[in-house]
Design a protein around this ligand. Sequence first.
Ligand code: HEC
Length: 97
Amino acid sequence: MLVSASSAASAESRSQRGAIVFNESGCRHCHTIRNVGGKKGPDLSSAGRILTKDRMRQQIIQGGAQMPAFGDALDEQELANLLAYLHSCRDKKKKGN
Ligand code: HEC
């Protein structure tokens, strides 16, 4: 994987751009983050606490049983931003859940 020098953008702006990728790529159609989104896939509000970036990257590129693969839809920069965003989603699980 190539990592360009320009990826030194601040983590905050990367995750903000990743949130836009999340909306525009249709992730939110199936996944809820912080009470907004669909229910087909698991809630990703605490994905950053539970999953490694490598695990998330693999899921996004390859898809899963019920999730389409996004390897062709996203370029490396979009993927990096998306992973930064998901990594920042670290909500604690609600009680009784
Ligand atoms: C058509 C519905 C759908 C879309 C669109 C979708 N997903 Fe998923 N996703 C799922 C389902 C269902 C799962 C559960 C595992 C499986 O079936 O692959 C999942 C699993 C995941 C997981 C692993 C969650 C865990 O707890 O293991 C991540 C991370 C993820 N998706 C991220 C994304 C991202 C990022 C996008 C957009 C690029 C996206 N998904 C688009 C349905 C979807």
